[in-house]
Design a protein around this ligand. Structure first.
Ligand code: ADP
Ligand code: GLC
Length: 480
């Protein structure tokens, strides 16, 4: 039996700000339980809903040195859908209204969390063969593990994996402060270790010290070795390319299933979507105050509103696109300029554009289960889960060919009648617009073709089964 501990800053169903939570919360369910015991450790944020907090059981607590400070570490535990979750408690660090706040606070918060995660292990009755770290918040785990913990035989031989879900966020702060916070010896703060461009960099530490590095799609694994996508770490990633691989994300096919989804007004499947799915569209049009018209092409967007997701392209051509026979339904929160942009278009094109500037799991499912198409013109996209959810619900993705979008959406080819969506290559607003308009033409003028795209989209398999096998292979190889 191989034992693996995921350490991460978010996991569904407890706390989620993006796709990271979906991955960390769902992937562990998809391993062969006879061979792999996969557990998950996240912070016990005060903003985790009370109903979950009430179900956690106390395991232990102790005090841990973090540089010159001595800090309380509580450990709680809960089993959910067959997976054991551990929660690290410290009300000073994890009290915020959201998991992340100011970077200078987060820098200390996640140094604490990373060290606490390792320190808690001896009291858990669970010695992992591998600690699987996710994103910069846990980048210091391989670093700390390499440090003073090696004096204790318990920790010797534990391997680490660092998975990059988004290279843009690295956890960068000045070296003096990070030295002071972490208590790590000055020898760690050199350009071959934690230092990058004069600052300390948590993710870099993780990449340097982890035994294996992965990211969430093949294309992104290649892209980040080049300057354009490499976020200044492309040199390091080239140097580590023998230990770096891409494993594409899946989604939870039980959670995201149009046949059983409790948020949908009408459930449907790959056989009856032609008649049933449109009922969700009219229900959503009514709910959101859009013009009710079952024939109108409805395009969805569910996203963090950041520049990563290509909203600058949308800003550029939205007026033009709104002259077409289409409706837009947007759900998202994030940067104010994008929030206001969509509010503006909803005001300007009433009945055509619906801007929902908040977070709602229910509405997200309704959008995946109602729209005809889903627009995701990302500037970069390590994997992307929204397009996978769209495929699963027969909502045709329109994407830019980057990262995981390129690996998971097969562009429509009208001559061969293949493809599961529409895509364009360059980060260019008119290229995007032409692609949306091409999709409109197929939708309105060649409905049978459109429905065949939907057939193929719904038949694509992005459940976790395949990718969980690849992680398992990697664990086998690492843990011997
Ligand atoms: P990222 O992790 O970069 O945000 P992904 O596509 O991997 O992008 O994952 C985004 C996840 O967050 C999806 O599950 C998506 O449905 C969800 N999501 C994003 N914004 C919202 C929102 N406002 N309300 C509900 N779910 C959202
Ligand atoms: C990040 C990426 C997204 C990916 C998710 C889960 O948030 O932006 O592309 O799907 O992590 O791996």
């Amino acid at each position: 039996m191989k034992k693996i501990l995921f350490v991460a800053s978010e996991a569904v169903p407890f706390i989620k700000t993006g796709g990271l939570a979906d991955v960390v919360g769902s992937l562990p369910k998809y391993f062969d339980k006879e061979q792999y015991d996969i557990r998950v450790m996240i912070p016990k944020y005060l903003c985790i809903k009370q109903e979950w907090r009430d179900k956690m059981n106390y395991v232990t607590h102790f005090y841990m040195n973090l540089a010159w400070r001595s800090q309380y570490v509580g450990v709680l535990e809960m089993e959910y859908e067959g997976v054991t979750f551990y929660f690290i408690d410290n009300e000073y660090y994890f009290a915020g209204a959201k998991p992340y706040g100011n970077i200078y606070e987060d820098i200390e918060k996640f140094a604490f969390f990373s060290k606490a995660a390792i320190s808690a292990l001896p009291s858990l009755n669970f010695r992992p063969d591998i600690i699987h770290c996710h994103d910069w918040q846990t980048g210091l785990v391989p670093v700390f593990l390499n440090d003073s913990f090696q004096d204790n035989p318990f920790f010797q031989g534990i391997k680490t994996v660092m998975t990059i879900h988004n290279l843009k966020f690295q956890g960068i702060w000045d070296m003096k402060t990070v030295k002071d916070i972490t208590g790590l010896n000055a020898s760690y703060f050199t350009p071959d270790k934690l230092e990058a461009y004069g600052d300390a960099n948590y993710l870099k530490g993780g990449i340097v010290y982890a035994d294996a590095v992965t990211t969430v799609s093949d294309t992104y694994a290649e892209e980040i070795k080049m300057p354009y996508y490499g976020e200044h770490l492309d040199g390091l990633l080239r140097a580590r390319s023998n230990s770096l691989r891409g494993i594409v994300n899946g989604i939870d096919y039980n959670e995201y299933n149009p046949e059983t989804d409790k948020f949908l007004a009408h459930n449907y499947n790959a056989v009856n979507f032609r008649k049933e799915k449109v009922k969700n569209k009219t229900a959503l049009q009514e709910e959101l105050g859009l013009n009710v018209d079952p024939k109108k092409m409805m395009i969805g967007i569910v996203s963090r509103l950041t520049d990563q997701k290509g909203f600058d392209l949308i800003a550029y051509v939205m007026d033009e696109l709104c002259q077409d026979e289409v409706q837009f339904v947007v759900l998202g929160t994030g940067e104010e300029r994008y929030e206001n942009m969509f509010r503006h278009f909803a005001w300007k094109y009433q009945g055509k554009v619906s801007a929902n500037i908040f977070y709602s799991e229910a509405l997200s499912h309704k959008i995946y289960g109602s729209c005809d198409a889903f627009l995701m013109p990302s500037q970069f996209e390590p994997c992307g889960l929204s397009q996978l959810m769209s495929l699963r619900y027969g909502t045709v993705p329109i994407v830019r060919e980057t990262g995981g979008l390129k690996d998971t959406v097969q562009p429509y080819n009208e001559y061969e009648s293949t493809g599961t969506g529409f895509s364009f290559t360059n980060y260019n607003a008119h290229e995007m617009m032409n692609t949306v308009r091409y999709a409109e033409r197929i939708y309105y003028d060649r409905k049978r073709e459109w429905n065949k795209i939907v057939d193929r989209a719904m038949a694509a398999d992005f459940s976790w089964n395949n990718s969980a096998k690849k992680y398992a292979e990697m664990y086998d190889w690492l843990a011997g």
